[in-house]
Design a binder for this molecule. Structure first.
Ligand SMILES: [Zn+2]
Length: 117
């Protein structure tokens, strides 16, 4: 550990830097007293690191959800024809809402992160 010594006047109001071998009164304030400080410098060595990972992203299909979605899409217009006007409309809306929910579940985005080293 390399060290560096510095000296300064002990007068708290002065603290003027002094040569290490200085003796006698301070040239600036005239008071006697010298403080020697030792400064140690430490160098830390770091090891650089590299990390790698492989990311695989894909979409998985939910077959059941897709089939259900297809059935709903096909049945929905028929319902409005087969059922009395208001019921047909309501059931059709209900099926459309259900289709929306199933549609969200039909496709699943999968992200796999594999750490290589
Ligand atoms: Zn001084």
């Amino acid at each position: 550990m390399p060290e560096e010594r510095t000296a300064w006047c002990s007068n708290q109001e002065c603290k003027s830097p002094l040569p290490l071998d200085h003796s006698g009164p301070c040239p600036k304030c005239g008071k006697t007293g010298k403080t020697i400080g030792i400064q140690l410098s430490v160098t830390a060595k770091g090891v650089p690191s590299i990390s790698g990972s492989r990311i695989r992203e894909y979409v998985r299909y939910n077959k059941l959800a897709l089939v259900t979605l297809a059935v709903i899409t096909l049945v929905s217009p028929l319902v409005s024809i087969l059922l009395p006007a208001l019921y047909g409309l309501l059931v059709s809306y209900a099926l459309a809402g259900l289709g929306l929910i199933i549609g969200y579940r039909a496709f699943i985005r999968i992200r796999e992160i594999e750490r290589l080293f």
